[in-house]
Structure formats: C-alpha cells, structure tokens
Write a protein that binds this ligand. Structure first.
Ligand code: G3D
Ligand code: MG
Length: 189
C-alpha cells in the first residue's frame, strides 16, 4: 500500500455555530478530542480510502472564541481545505462568513484550496423552531459573488447540515475530502 497523505482541514465560523458538534457527528464513536493550547484548537483525525490511496485527515476546530486572536495564522497554516460554518437561523453568523473565508485564504496554502460552506442547524427550521435567517436566494447570490471573485478553478460548495440529526454531515466532510484528494492527486501526476 502506498504511504498516502496526511491532510489538514479546518473548521471555521462564529462561536456556537456548531463546529465541534459537526466534527463529533462526523467522527461518531471514534471521536477523540485533542487540545492544542498554543493554537487554541481542538483536533482529531480520521482515515479515508479515496481511489487507491489512503488519506489521513487531521480536522482542526477552533476552541472557543479565537476570532481576533494572534494565533490564527498558526491555526490555518498548511490547511488544504475548510468547512466554513454558519447557523442558518442567525443572520450575523452568515454575514461573518466572508471574513472567515478571507482569513482562510490569507493564512492557508493559497492554492485553490476548496471550501465547503455549511448552513448548520437546519433541523431547527425543519421543526418550525426557528426561521431560516437568510433566504436561499441570498445564499445563492453570495455564492455567485464569491465564485466570481475567486475564479473557476477555486471550488466553493454550499450544503445545509444538522449536527443534531446528522443530515448531510458526512456529505459535507466527504465533499471536502474528495476535492482535496483530487487536487493533490492531480498535482502529483
Ligand atoms: P462551536 O463549536 O461552533 O462553538 P458547538 O459550536 O458545536 O459547541 O455548538 C453550539 C451549540 O449549538 C450547542 O448547544 C450545540 O448542541 C448546538 N448545535 C450545534 N449544531 C446543532 C444543530 O445542527 N442543530 C441544533 N439544533 N443545535 C446544534 P448546547 O446548548 O448543547 O451548548
Ligand atoms: Mg467548538
């Protein structure tokens, strides 16, 4: 078996949007928390076989409210992809995703690293417990705008998720993992 790759992915987004819950939901019973105090991050890892190759994904997750902290460059350093999370029932969280994406692009590897935007807590809307705070139309407009800004070769996805029910959680992580894997495999040719 080929040695495979070890790939860093980051979860970003405002405090309490559900980053840790998504990571926990994705990793299920294998969930292990590791804390890096110097970076203010939790991380865990998982292995996936994609094509014929084994990929080891290190999934970093901002611990607490470190939005304005000096450690951010270290948090993003070497990351190959990001899941940018907002709470779909909270308008401010949506308005802040542009900043999170800017940070990721500024501090990560700067090589068309794919981004999956997750509108989380969709269960609250489905159960009638809260309103969707941003319309699908507005989300699509934002996606058009950012795709135009970043160019065709930069992959940006959007998916509605629920860490509570598990809806689309695996899809979100798999989408990112596959895109990163393809990016790496296409480069190694
Ligand atoms: P963070 O890591 O982004 O800061 P957390 O966010 O994963 O700690 O989640 C913050 C709160 O939102 C938690 O509430 C968590 O249970 C809740 N939450 C996360 N994802 C979802 C979701 O998809 N649906 C619903 N309904 N709630 C979610 P508590 O009260 O447990 O602290
Ligand atoms: Mg957290």
């Amino acid at each position: 078996m080929n040695m495979g790759y070890t790939i860093k992915l980051v979860l970003v987004g405002d405090y309490r949007v559900g980053k840790t819950s998504l990571r926990r939901s994705y990793l299920g019973e294998h969930f292990r928390n590791n804390y890096l105090p110097t970076v203010g991050a939790d991380f865990s890892f998982t292995e996936e076989k994609i094509g014929e190759k084994l990929f080891r994904f290190l999934i970093w997750d901002l611990a607490g409210e470190t939005r304005f902290s000096k450690v951010r460059p270290m948090y993003y350093k070497g990351a190959y992809g990001a899941i940018v999370v907002f709470d779909i029932t909270n308008r401010q969280n949506f308005e802040n995703i542009d900043n999170w994406i800017d940070d990721f692009l500024k501090f990560s590897r700067k090589e068309n690293c794919p981004i999956v935007i997750a509108g989380n807590k969709i269960d609250l809307v489905q159960d009638g417990k809260a309103e969707q705070a941003v319309s699908d139309e507005e989300i699509n407009e934002y996606l058009d705008e950012i795709r135009k800004k970043l160019g065709k070769s930069h992959k940006i996805f959007f998916i509605k998720t629920s860490a509570k029910t598990g809806e689309n959680v695996r899809e979100a992580f798999n989408c990112l993992a596959n895109e990163v894997a393809n990016l790496l495999l296409s480069r190694s040719k």
